[in-house]
Design a protein around this ligand. Structure first.
Ligand SMILES: [Zn+2]
Length: 174
């Protein structure tokens, strides 16, 4: 497993001051919230995290992640492969007050000064970048085929003699 290539926790303030860059892969199996959504747990999430201080000396965490996930198609409920990619820019803050003062282009990342769980950050970002609705590009073909079958079925029903139509004919003849 390649999840050991990244430290489990980091000191986010020190990392930002030192402009640390982390690259690696984390096993999807380590992310319980995602495991509830995906159909296939064997996947690696590729990540690149750059801790830095921006021009305003704010501590930031810029990240990119990508993963190939197997999700449930919302239309046909069959598995569908989806590549999920995301870029994010987080402002590292210690208090709600600091979070409020962040420029709008940073999402606040509220941290304990000494230990930031990388896995939690990555899982959260991955959750946020999941497609709202996952479905096959060519799934409409499948559902229209289903509809055709329904139409054929109802046409067959019409061919059967309907006892009530006989009754109504009788009534009319009176
Ligand atoms: Zn589908």
């Amino acid at each position: 497993m390649s999840d050991h290539s990244l430290p489990k926790t980091v000191d986010p303030l020190k990392y930002a001051d030192q402009n640390k860059v982390l690259e690696g892969e984390i096993a999807l199996e380590l992310m319980p919230r995602l495991l509830e959504i995906v159909l296939e747990s064997e996947a690696e999430v590729k990540i690149r995290l750059e801790f830095d201080r921006d021009e305003q000396k704010l501590r930031v965490l810029k990240g990119q992640l990508s993963a190939d996930l197997v999700l449930v198609c919302e239309r046909c409920l069959e598995p569908v492969n989806k590549r999920v990619e995301s870029e994010f820019a987080l402002g590292i803050v210690l208090t709600d007050e600091q979070a409020k003062n962040l420029p709008g282009y940073y999402e606040p990342l509220l941290v304990d000064p000494e230990s930031l769980e990388l896995l939690e950050v990555i899982e959260e970002e991955l959750m946020l970048s999941l497609p709202m609705f996952a479905y096959h590009d060519d799934c409409e073909l499948d559902t229209s085929a289903l509809r055709n079958e329904e139409v054929e079925q109802s046409q067959k029903d019409e061919d059967k003699p309907n006892p009530f139509s006989v009754l109504s004919e009788l009534k009319l003849k009176k």
